[in-house]
Design a protein around this ligand. Structure first.
Ligand SMILES: [Zn+2]
Ligand SMILES: [Zn+2]
Ligand SMILES: [Zn+2]
Ligand SMILES: [Zn+2]
Length: 203
């Protein structure tokens, strides 16, 4: 992750003060975190910076598409932001340092901010997962526009083409593939007379 370290020798680049604007009584109590290129930021500013980044990230639409664009154009600063990583505030403005490591952030921000930070890092993977599910669903819909599946046992898809068997209740609970067990819910729960199903399956 790099060699980011803490020091109290410099002033915070963001608030330009050697002491914490919020809680510090003396210069000794301020802790400055440095990026790999040596740009200092104080704990208070880091905390606020992370919170505002996560807020921005939550308000960002189309995360997977934007991340892909950033990757293609090798825009590391944007990609790091979209991934929920916390970079030096000067990243993209002359600083090429790697994002701060999770451990460094955990040690220097509040528990609440760290929780926000962790949620921020999960946003892109979650958005990708959602996109994937939506895409798989629409691919299936394109392939089999008239297909229907049993919502309970997931038998199907069955195509509602002319002459084909389109009565899902006839297949209710069937084993579709090796290793795939039929579910155990009662066919009658699917609003069909179980006797009728039995006769259509076994006669
Ligand atoms: Zn500061
Ligand atoms: Zn403070
Ligand atoms: Zn930097
Ligand atoms: Zn079923």
């Amino acid at each position: 992750m790099g060699s980011a370290s803490t020091t109290s020798a410099q002033t915070c680049l963001t608030c330009s003060r050697p002491e914490c604007v919020v809680c510090s009584e003396s210069e000794d109590s301020v802790v400055l975190i440095q990026c790999d290129e040596g740009h200092p930021i104080c704990q208070v500013c880091l905390d606020k910076y992370i919170l505002s980044n996560v807020k921005k990230l939550r308000e960002t639409d189309y995360l997977p598409a934007k991340a892909e664009t950033a990757q293609i154009s090798e825009d590391g600063a944007t990609l790091a932001f979209l991934r929920g990583a916390c970079s030096c505030p000067l990243r993209g403005h002359g600083c090429g340092a790697a994002p701060f490591g999770d451990r460094l952030i955990a040690l220097n921000v509040s528990d609440l901010t760290f929780a926000e930070y962790s949620e921020g890092k999960a946003l892109l993977p979650i958005a990708r997962k959602v996109d994937q599910v939506v895409q798989e669903g629409s691919e299936l819909a394109l392939l089999m526009p008239n297909a229907r599946m049993c919502a309970r046992c997931h038998y199907g898809p069955v195509e509602l083409a002319a002459g084909s068997c389109n009565d899902l209740t006839m297949h209710h609970g069937e084993v579709r593939a090796p290793g795939r067990a039929p579910d155990t819910h009662s066919p009658s729960e699917d609003a069909m007379d179980s006797g009728a199903i039995a006769s259509s399956r076994f006669s």
